[in-house]
Design a protein around this ligand. Structure first.
Ligand SMILES: O=C(O)C(=O)[C@@H](O)CO
Ligand SMILES: [Mg+2]
Length: 259
C-alpha cells in the first residue's frame, strides 16, 4: 500500500486544529498536510509534529484572500509582489517544519483578465518560486483543481494544462500535484493518466466522487487505484483530502484495511 498522509484541514475537524496532529498519529498516519500554516507560529507547529513523530508533507503558498473566495494569486498580474512575499513566508515555515514540498494555487482568472496575460504571469511566478525553492531543496507542486464543481474559473483545471506549465517552466523541482478527486471530475481515466505522468507527479491526494468523502462512498475503485500506485512504483505521499461522511474515525476503514 502507498504511504498515506492525513489532511488536517479536512480530517478531524471535530477537534481544534492543534489537537488534530495527535489524532492523526493515534490512527496510524506518519505524515500530515493542511491548507496553510500561516495562522500559527512555526514553533508551535514544529512541536506538534515532533511530539507526534509526524512528517510535514505539504502546505500551500499563501492564497490571497481565502475567506473572500480567492484561491491563489499566481495568475494575477497585479499581485506579483504579494506572490513573491508569499514565497518568502512559505520558505520560512518550510525551513522550520522541514517540509520538502509546497503547492502553488494558480488562482481564478477574472473574466476581465486576458488568458494570455494570466498564463504568462503564471509562468513567470512559477519560474520565480521554483528558483527560490530549489535553493532550499523544496519541490514546487502545481495542482489541477476541478472547475466544474468546486472552483469554477480555476485557471489550472486539467493535468494536461499543468504539464504544459511544467514544460514552459522547465525546472527540475516543479511537479504535478495529482488530486484523484479533482481529476475524476475533469478527466477520469485515473490509472492510465498516473501511469503516463508518473515521472512528473510529486504528490497525490484523494477523495471519492461525488461528495468528496472517504473511499467507498462514491464511484472510484480505490483498491485498484492504490494497487496501481504500488505496481507503478510511485514513491511519494498519498494524502487523504476528503470530508468524512460522518465522524473521522469512522471514515478510516480504507486505511485500516490497507495498513
Ligand atoms: O482543494 C484541494 O484539492 C487542495 O488540495 C487544497 O490544497 C486547496 O487547493
Ligand atoms: Mg487537492
Amino acid at each position: 500500500m502507498p504511504v498515506f498522509a492525513a489532511n488536517l484541514s479536512m480530517l478531524y475537524t471535530e477537534v481544534d486544529f492543534m489537537d488534530r496532529f495527535r489524532l492523526a498519529r493515534e490512527a496510524g498516519f506518519c505524515g500530515v498536510e493542511y491548507l496553510f500554516p500561516y495562522d500559527w507560529p512555526e514553533e508551535d507547529l514544529k512541536r506538534a509534529l515532533e511530539e507526534n513523530g509526524l512528517t510535514q508533507v505539504l502546505f500551500n503558498l499563501p492564497p490571497g484572500n481565502w475567506s473572500a473566495g480567492e484561491r491563489g494569486i499566481a495568475c494575477l498580474p497585479d499581485r506579483v509582489q504579494e506572490f513573491r512575499a508569499g514565497v518568502d513566508q512559505a520558505i520560512r515555515y518550510a525551513r522550520v517544519l522541514n517540509c520538502r514540498q509546497v503547492n502553488c494555487l494558480a488562482g481564478i482568472r477574472p473574466d476581465t483578465l486576458e488568458e494570455s496575460l494570466a498564463w504568462q504571469t503564471l509562468v513567470d511566478n512559477v519560474n520565480y518560486a521554483a528558483g527560490r525553492l530549489e535553493d532550499e531543496g523544496i519541490t514546487l507542486c502545481l495542482e489541477a483543481i476541478n472547475s466544474r464543481v468546486d472552483i469554477p474559473g480555476f485557471f489550472l483545471d486539467t493535468s494536461a494544462r499543468v504539464m504544459q506549465l511544467i514544460e514552459a517552466v522547465d525546472a527540475g523541482n516543479v511537479k504535478l500535484q495529482y488530486d484523484i478527486y479533482h481529476m475524476q471530475i475533469m478527466e477520469g481515466d485515473l490509472i492510465r493518466t498516473v501511469e503516463c505522468l508518473l515521472p512528473w507527479i510529486g504528490h497525490i491526494q484523494f477523495a471519492d466522487n461525488p461528495g468528496r468523502h472517504e473511499p467507498g462512498t462514491g464511484e472510484i475503485n480505490f483498491w485498484n487505484v492504490f494497487a496501481a500506485l504500488d505496481r507503478l512504483g510511485y514513491g511519494g505521499w498519498v494524502s487523504a483530502e476528503y470530508r468524512p461522511s460522518g465522524a473521522t474515525g469512522d471514515s478510516l476503514g480504507w486505511f485500516r484495511q490497507g495498513a
